[in-house]
Design a protein around this ligand. Structure first.
Ligand code: IMP
Ligand code: MG
Length: 170
């Protein structure tokens, strides 16, 4: 398969540092613990880089959900694992690889809200359309058009996640 670079390794790392700075500024001075929730598997690389760019105490948590099969969303969200700590009174930052239709995030937010966190915000390294589904991505990375992308955690049928850049399949 022919993969063309869309976002280089250097562009990714400087963007992640920028997002980390914004998050640090936004939460500095707020009281309550911060829980960074990694939405597996796609967010693993972004999460790992982002937490190291945040200059605050944070807790890690992981959830695994999926809706995609190949290049197409199935529209049905499957939960494979969920947060294992109480989020009551904590600031939750959901870390996503990509917001496409927003369906996955809507679902995740709806269920995390039931645990009474102090706040819930979203960071996603790529956003396909920032205004879809009324979801506010407070800490976005790159906004792209309607392309299917791989790399930096994103897969096509479980392949290409470990590319250090983000590319698209021609
Ligand atoms: P949504 O529910 O439509 O917003 O889709 C979100 C999930 O679909 C993401 O977390 C990804 O796992 C997957 N996804 C959406 N677009 C792409 C893409 O272009 N490449 C790889 N995975 C994608
Ligand atoms: Mg995903």
């Amino acid at each position: 398969m022919n993969i063309k670079t869309l976002i280089s390794e250097e562009e990714l790392s400087s963007k992640v540092r920028e997002i980390g700075k914004s998050i640090t500024e936004y939460y500095s001075g707020k009281t309550g613990e911060i829980v960074v929730v990694c939405v597996l598997k796609g967010s693993i690389n972004f999460f790992s880089d982002l937490v190291r760019a945040i200059d605050l105490d944070v807790r890690y948590n992981f959830i695994q959900v999926s809706s995609y099969s190949g290049k197409n969303t199935t529209g049905r969200i499957k939960v494979k694992s969920w947060v294992e700590e109480s989020l009551e009174g904590k600031h939750v930052i959901i870390v996503e690889d990509i917001v496409d239709t927003g369906g996955t995030l809507k679902y995740v937010i709806k269920y995390l809200e039931k645990q009474n966190p102090a706040s819930i915000e979203v960071s996603s390294i790529v956003v396909k359309d920032i205004h879809q589904h009324g979801i506010e991505v407070k800490f976005p990375g790159f906004v792209i058009g309607d392309k299917f992308i791989v790399g930096y955690g994103l897969d096509y049928d479980e392949k290409y996640r470990n590319l250090p850049y983000i590319g698209y399949i021609e």
